[in-house]
Design a protein around this ligand. Structure first.
Ligand SMILES: NC(=O)c1ccc[n+]([C@@H]2O[C@H](COP(=O)([O-])OP(=O)(O)OC[C@H]3O[C@@H](n4cnc5c(N)ncnc54)[C@H](OP(=O)(O)O)[C@@H]3O)[C@@H](O)[C@H]2O)c1
Length: 306
C-alpha cells in the first residue's frame, strides 16, 4: 500500500488551499494525492477509507454521503477522479455505470455549487468513436461504448450544474498507482511480461497517452488557473497504436517483445473501442505552462516508475 497520509498536511491550511480528491484510492487519484501536496492541503476520499486523519468516506452515488464529506472537508478545490472506469464492465453493468459515472458526477458537482468549490472532473477520449482521427474540445461527442456514453452525459450534466467546472478528457494514462489497486494499463502489461503471458494488443487502436506524473502537474495547473473552464484535452503531442505502445514498454522493461501479440480485428466479448481517438491539445497549451510531451517522453517517464 502506498503512502496514504502525512499528518502535516492538515497543519498549514492557511498557506495552502484545501483540495478534496474524490477517488484517491484509484490509480490517478492516488498519484494526485501525492503530487498535489506541494500546492494544496490534500484531503482524500474513499468508499472504505483507511480510518486515518486526512481521509473522509464518500459514496458518490449517495448525495447525503457526498454532502457529509464536503461538510467534513470544507474544500476550496475538488478533483473528481472516482468513476467506474472499466470499459467492458460498464458495457454489461449499465445501471451501476450510470449511477456512478453520471449520477455520482452530478452529486459532486451540486455539492461544489453549494459549497463554492472549484471542480475538476475527469472524462475520457471514449466520448468519441475514433472514426475522425483527430478530436477537438468542441467536436460533438459520439461514443462507441456505454462507458463513453455515461461520460458524455456526465460532461453535459456537470457543465449545466457548474459552468465554471474544468472537464478534462484523457486518453490512456500510463504509470503506476500509489495505492494497492486501480486501473493502470502499464502495471497489467508489466505483470504479464514478468509472468511470461502473451499480451494481445490491437494494431488498429491508436491513442495519445499521457504519463501520470505529467498529468498530475497539468491537473494542478488547471485547478489553480481560476479563469480556466470547460473542456480540455490532455494527451501526448503525437499518437501510437496500442500494439506499438505495448512493444515499446516491453523493450524498455527488458521483457520479451515476442509476448506482444498483434490483434488486427476486434474480438467478440470486448466492448467496442474507437480506432483513432487522438485528442488535440491546443487549448491545454494555451493555458498550462507545462509542455505537452511526445509519446516517447510519455513512455520513458511512465516506465521509469515501474
Ligand atoms: N486510467 C486511464 O487510463 C484513464 C483513461 C481515460 C480516462 N480515465 C478517467 O480518469 C479517472 C481516474 O481513473 P483511474 O484510472 O484512476 O480509475 P480507477 O483506478 O478505476 O479508480 C477509480 C476510483 O473511483 C472510486 N469509486 C468508484 N465508485 C465509487 C463510488 N460509488 N463512490 C466513491 N468512489 C468510487 C474507486 O474507489 P474504490 O477504491 O472504493 O473502488 C477508485 O478510487 C476516471 O474518471 C476515469 O474514467 C482514466
Amino acid at each position: 500500500m502506498g503512502v496514504w497520509y502525512d499528518p502535516s498536511i492538515m497543519a498549514d491550511e492557511k498557506h495552502r488551499p484545501r483540495l478534496l480528491i474524490v477517488g484517491a484510492s484509484g490509480f490517478v487519484g492516488s498519484r494526485l494525492a501525492l503530487a498535489a501536496r506541494e500546492r494544496f492541503d490534500v484531503v482524500c476520499t474513499g468508499r472504505r477509507p483507511p480510518g486515518e486523519a486526512g481521509w473522509v468516506e464518500i459514496d458518490i452515488t449517495d448525495a447525503a454521503s457526498v454532502e457529509r464529506a464536503f461538510e467534513q472537508a470544507r474544500p476550496r478545490y475538488v478533483a473528481l477522479l472516482a468513476a467506474m472506469s472499466n470499459i467492458d464492465r460498464c458495457e454489461v453493468e449499465r445501471e451501476l455505470a450510470e449511477r456512478v459515472n453520471v449520477e455520482g458526477a452530478v452529486n459532486v458537482a451540486r455539492a461544489c455549487s453549494r459549497h463554492g468549490a472549484r471542480l475538476l472532473f475527469t472524462s475520457t477520449d471514449a466520448v468519441f468513436d475514433g472514426t475522425a482521427g483527430i478530436y477537438h474540445e468542441d467536436d460533438p461527442p459520439c461514443p462507441a461504448n456505454f462507458y463513453g456514453e455515461t461520460k458524455a452525459r456526465a460532461e453535459r450534466a456537470v457543465a449545466d450544474v457548474l459552468p465554471s467546472a474544468v472537464i478534462v478528457r484523457l486518453s490512456l494514462v500510463l504509470g503506476t498507482s500509489a495505492a494497492s489497486g486501480g486501473n493502470s494499463y502499464l502495471e497489467k502489461v508489466a505483470g504479464n511480461l514478468k509472468a511470461g503471458n502473451p499480451i494481445i494488443s490491437p494494431t488498429y487502436e491508436v491513442r495519445n497517452p499521457i504519463d501520470v506524473g505529467t498529468l498530475c502537474t497539468l491537473l494542478t495547473e488547471l485547478l489553480l488557473e481560476e479563469g480556466a473552464a470547460g473542456i480540455f484535452h490532455i494527451g501526448a503531442s503525437d499518437k501510437i497504436s496500442r500494439y506499438e505502445l505495448a512493444r515499446a514498454i516491453a523493450l524498455r522493461l527488458g521483457g520479451d517483445p515476442a509476448l506482444i501479440v498483434p490483434q488486427t480485428e476486434p474480438v467478440a466479448g470486448r466492448a467496442p473501442r474507437g480506432r483513432d481517438d487522438f485528442l488535440a491539445t491546443t487549448r491545454l497549451s494555451q493555458v498550462c505552462r507545462t509542455r505537452v510531451p511526445t509519446c516517447q517522453e510519455v513512455i520513458e517517464r511512465a516506465v521509469a516508475m515501474v
